[in-house]
Design a protein around this ligand. Structure first.
Ligand SMILES: [Zn+2]
Length: 235
């Protein structure tokens, strides 16, 4: 095709690509935002799960204390009963009950100490995990802020890009533009491609001898036999 046609088609393609990039990035924004929000939610859930683990250990500790208090109360009752009994066997039976109860208390005390260690570990882990998760949440929030800025910028760019495209379209010869539009349907950029050493620089296939000659002559718009893109001569 003629050199000036190549130039205007290349400009058209360039502005087309720019507008499509802006539109594509605008479409991707909500997807990116949703992904960031999901990550923040997951991190918050992770912190909450850590808190829940600590609460469970605390609840377990409380139930142990309640159990011990009940047994100790029972021991006090046994002791006051002992003051009232007259028979030796009854006194002995109560002594046995007291010893059994004291054994239970001592087991529970052992468990309570283990639980205190466990609680200490759980709290330390929670503090560490929370700090780490909060750091990531902060980063994700900053990324969300950057997406907001990006959206403002893209919205600012899009009108200029549309105008620039309309300008080049208005100046272009209608026939080449309609060929360009037809050819570009279903193809990825670039649509206007150099033919070098008889090869299409987009699909890298050798073009037929007839196409090669046509492109070299540069009289009309010629397309690649393989991929259908518009070729221009590049020596
Ligand atoms: Zn090709």
């Amino acid at each position: 095709m003629p050199a000036e046609c190549t130039t205007s088609l290349l400009i058209l393609q360039d502005r087309d690509m720019n507008l499509q990039r802006i539109e594509r990035e605008l479409v991707e924004l909500p997807v990116e935002r949703a992904a960031l929000r999901k990550r923040i939610k997951d991190l918050e859930a992770q912190i909450e799960a850590g808190k829940q683990r600590v609460r469970e250990v605390e609840v377990h500790g409380k139930s142990l204390e309640t159990e011990m208090a009940e047994i100790e109360e029972q021991v006090l009752k046994y002791r006051s009963q002992q003051l009232l009994v007259k028979k030796n066997e009854e006194y002995k039976a109560l002594t046995h009950e007291i010893e059994t109860a004291q054994g239970k208390v001592s087991d529970l005390e052992g468990k309570e100490i283990e639980l205190l260690y466990e609680l200490d570990d759980a709290r330390k882990t929670l503090a560490k995990e929370t700090a780490e998760a909060n750091k990531h949440i902060e980063l994700e929030k900053r990324s969300l802020g950057r997406l907001d800025e990006k959206e403002v910028n893209l919205n600012g760019e899009i009108d200029g890009a549309k105008t620039a495209l309309a300008e080049v379209e208005a100046d272009m010869d209608k026939q080449s533009m309609s060929i360009y539009r037809r050819v570009s349907r279903g193809l990825k950029f670039p649509i206007i491609v150099a033919q070098k050493t008889g090869t299409c620089q987009a699909c890298h296939m050798k073009v037929s001898a007839a196409v090669e000659v046509e492109v070299r002559k540069g009289n009309e718009i010629t397309t690649c036999d393989s991929c259908g893109r518009i070729l221009y001569w590049d020596a």
